[in-house]
Design a binder for this molecule. Structure first.
Ligand code: GDP
Length: 175
């Protein structure tokens, strides 16, 4: 599974309700400065992104659901082996934030016990339509020991930061 030249393989998955912007975040993560492959499979897709931590070459495999969540049909295989998960919601839609609880219980059920979880509030460019407040979420995340970041896939705000913070957190655990 692991190529010889890499010290680590980090599987990182995107999850969250349909329409919150996962595919657009995923597309933003396909940064030209990094290597990537796209391989459509049945219902899922991933890209590879290579990073370095303390001189170690790390292959990050980032997965998008490719719409499986519409059918509540995320399989346990999607979670299997994942070292990090971005639980995404739309800051303009309260229901998508409330759903993050359901997604997190699914992660608890199927994910590794030490999986790194980051809540991602996407679409912050839609400032006037925002409903989910930053302080509310950050309090929740502090209490539950999960990471929190707000993004705009549209403006490419904080997307790389979210990724880099995730890699750093995972690296702390596995190294
Ligand atoms: P997914 O179903 O979670 O994969 O969501 P998509 O990536 O397909 O996005 C759903 C819709 O939200 C599309 O119409 C996108 O153009 C839009 N969208 C995604 N990210 C953003 C964002 O950061 N800002 C705004 N304004 N729209 C977004």
């Amino acid at each position: 599974m692991m190529d010889d030249e890499f010290s680590y393989l980090f599987k990182i998955i995107l999850i969250g309700d349909s329409g919150v912007g996962k595919t657009n975040l995923f597309n933003r993560l396909q940064n030209k400065d990094f290597q990537y492959d796209t391989r459509p499979t049945i219902g899922v897709e991933f890209i590879n992104r290579t990073v370095r931590q303390e001189g170690n070459l790390i292959k990050c495999q980032i997965w998008d659901t490719a719409g499986q969540e519409k059918f509540r049909a995320i399989t346990s295989a999607y979670y299997r082996g994942a070292k990090g998960v971005f639980v995404c919601y739309d800051v303009t839609k309260q229901g998508t934030y409330e759903s993050t609880l359901r997604w997190m219980s699914e992660i608890k059920q199927y994910g590794d016990p030490d999986i790194v979880i980051t809540l991602v509030g996407n679409k912050i460019d839609l400032a006037e339509q925002r409903i989910v407040r930053t302080d509310e979420v950050s309090q929740f995340c502090e209490q539950n020991k999960v990471g929190y970041i707000e993004t705009s896939a549209l403006n490419n705000t904080n997307v790389d930061l979210a990724f880099n913070q995730m890699v750093t957190e995972i690296y702390k655990i596995v190294s």
